[in-house]
Design a protein around this ligand. Sequence first.
Ligand code: EPU
Length: 426
Amino acid sequence: MDEPGSAEFDTIVAERTSALEGDVRIGGAKNSVLKLMAACLLAEGRHVLTNVPDISDVSLMCELLEAMGVTVTRADHRLVVDVPAELNTEAPYHLVERIRASIVVLGPLLGRFGTARVALPGGDDFGPRPIDMHLRALESLGATFSTAHGDISATAAVLRGTEVVLEYPSVGATENLLMAAVCAKGRTLIVNPAREPEIGDLIEFLNRMGAHVAWTGDRLAVDGVERLAPAGSGDGYAVIPDRIEAATFLAAVGMCGGSVFLRHAVAEHMAMLIRKLTDMGMHIVASEAGLRATATQRLISADVSTLPYPGLATDYMPFLVSMLTTASGVGIVTENIFTGRFRYIDELRRMGADIRTEGHHAVVRGAERLSGAPVRAHDIRAGAALVVAGLAAEGETEVAGADHIDRGYEDLAGKLAGLGAAISRR
Ligand code: EPU
């Protein structure tokens, strides 16, 4: 029989849900675990990661590591990564094109082996996805690059620490640079690094492997070491909770009403979002164990603009736009990170949303009701945002392309159903 996630179960059907109630477990962060898996390449031996979400991007990253000669075993949200002394330092196109985050193997391969060959990732539904900042940063440490036949080949006889200024705090460029710099000779000072919570998780993991990475003010100082060792032995290293999955459930509560406890969600990772949702009329209370989110009235519109952390994450934007479609008033939305990331708006319009776009701005006029329609998920977050919007729409919303959602969510439909949502997977 086909399992959810196969082509036979490619659609999530959501129906209007009046209130969500209960408790939902927020899993490990996709955008952290993928980088921690790449970091394992830095040291021979057995690495153990826990709180690993059961999502298809993790499966793809496992395939990539296995293609390099790593042995990966996965069960019960636990990943055992056995890294041999020698690795095949190539990341082939058929895997890279399926998971763009795979570009983060470049830094660790260069750091440990001084050589790497990685297929160039193409564009995607967000528009072009350049890696120029990754390459410039690694060049500053002494790496040289050449491209041929769609692959980028990197070599470095020796990597030497230096001051590296990132013109923009790119998450991926910071990660690649960090994972090369931990093995470089001397000190690397990263000026204008990304500061997302997932970067903090990577730094913690690298330091547990024996690296010396520390914040000096808003810069990162990396003192290179000769050798790293596996971090997560024994109980393993627990991946931080996924703030974007948490945002998805906050949006669902905001649109449907009700009161839900988001177990393990970390308020300090999402302070700006909590402030915005409070402005919009939600009541959110943080505790050690998680977040309680309550919505008792129609939301109030607000203007929203994405920025690098600690600003409002671009990954929250599709949820915020969904929420604005039924809020009272008009919200002006500005997407500053991925300026081509508005494709889902055409799908929301099919559901009766009143949204006008101009470049990377959108004006969203809240309607009393959305109207369920067949729509398509073009990427992970947009797909999840359409599902959430479907819970607030009259009739049925069929979200096709649910395999995109599976890349970043462990059983989104099942978790929402557990809170009382009228939702199923077909
Ligand atoms: N950019 C460049 N040159 C570069 C690198 C980035 O111009 O060399 C630009 C990008 O085109 C974009 C901006 O800089 O306009 C931000 O890119 P960044 O490098 O910060 O993002 P990323 O590392 O490619 C990660 C997450 C994204 C998340 C962004 C921003 C992973 C696997 N992906 O991407 O998450 O939106 O940071 O926070 O960590 C998702 O989870 O669905 C997702 C897309």
